[in-house]
Write a protein that binds this ligand. Structure first.
Ligand code: ADP
Ligand code: MG
Ligand code: MG
Length: 211
C-alpha cells in the first residue's frame, strides 16, 4: 500500500482517542512528577471532543479533517498542550489542503509543517525536554525515507523507532520549556509527558499504515 486514505486518517484520530483515554492516568502521573498532573486529562478531553466531531468531518478532505481537529483541540484543551497540539494539527491541515489520500512525501510534508507550527509558538528546540524531542527525529526519519524512496510501511517502522529513541532521550534532559522548566535540574530523571503522548500518536499512525 503506497497511500494513506481519508478513511485511515479517520481511524488514526479515532485510535488516538482510544489510546489517550487508556493512557490518561499514566500521562497525568508523568505530569505529576514534573508538572501539574493534568496531561492525561487534557489529552483525553481533547480527543474525546475530536472523536465526537469526526462524523461531521465525514467526506471532507484530509486537510480539512486535520484543521478541524486542531481547532477542536485548541477550543477544548487548556494549558500548553492544547494550543501546541492544536497548532500541530492545524498546520498539518493547511499543508494537506484538498488531499483525499497521502503518499509518503505528503505525510512527511504534513508532519514537518505541524512541527514548524509547534516550534513557532512554543519556541522549543531539540533537547529542551518537550514533545518536539519526538517530532524532530520523526521528521528527520521521514525525510530520509522520502530520499531513499522507501515504502510507507518501512518508513512508518523507522519513524516509530525514531520517536521511541527521542522519547527515551527526554528522561535525562533538563526541562527548558513549559512548567517542568520551573524544576530546573530536578526535572532530570523523568520522562516528558508531552513527548510520551506524541510517541503514542506516532505509534498509532504506524498501526493504521500497516493494517
Ligand atoms: P500544562 O503544562 O499547561 O499543564 P500539559 O500538561 O497538557 O500542559 O502539557 C505539558 C507538555 O507540553 C509537556 O510535557 C511538553 O511536552 C509540552 N510543552 C510544554 N511547553 C512546551 C513548549 N514551549 N514547546 C513544546 N512543547 C511544550
Ligand atoms: Mg500539565
Ligand atoms: Mg495544566
Amino acid at each position: 500500500m503506497n497511500v494513506i486514505s481519508q478513511v485511515q486518517i479517520n481511524d488514526w484520530l479515532k485510535e488516538i482517542a482510544v489510546v489517550m483515554s487508556k493512557d490518561k492516568d499514566y500521562l497525568s502521573q508523568l505530569d505529576a512528577a514534573i508538572g501539574d498532573a493534568d496531561h492525561g486529562v487534557n489529552m483525553d478531553r481533547g480527543f474525546q471532543k475530536v472523536l465526537g466531531k469526526l462524523e461531521s468531518f465525514n467526506g471532507q478532505d484530509i486537510g480539512a479533517i486535520f484543521k478541524n481537529t486542531g481547532m477542536t483541540l485548541i477550543s477544548s484543551v487548556g494549558g500548553a498542550s492544547g494550543p501546541l497540539y492544536g497548532k500541530f494539527f492545524m498546520q498539518m491541515g493547511m499543508a494537506l489542503k484538498g488531499k483525499m489520500e497521502l503518499n509518503l512525501e505528503d505525510l512527511k510534508e504534513g508532519i514537518s509543517k505541524g512541527l514548524d507550527g509547534v516550534k513557532g509558538i512554543g519556541k522549543a528546540s531539540l533537547g529542551d525536554k518537550t514533545m518536539v524531542d519526538v517530532w524532530i527525529p520523526v521528521v528527520e526519519s521521514l525525510n530520509e525515507s522520502v530520499n531513499e524512496q522507501e515504502t510507507l510501511e518501512i518508513a512508518a517502522a523507522k519513524m516509530v523507532e525514531a520517536a521511541e529513541t527521542g522519547l527515551k532521550s527526554t528522561i535525562n534532559m533538563i526541562a527548558r520549556k513549559g512548567r517542568a522548566s520551573y524544576l530546573g535540574e530536578r526535572s532530570i530523571g523523568h520522562q516528558d509527558p508531552g513527548a510520551t503522548s506524541s510517541c503514542s500518536i506516532v505509534k498509532v499512525l504506524q498501526g493504521i499504515i500497516v493494517e
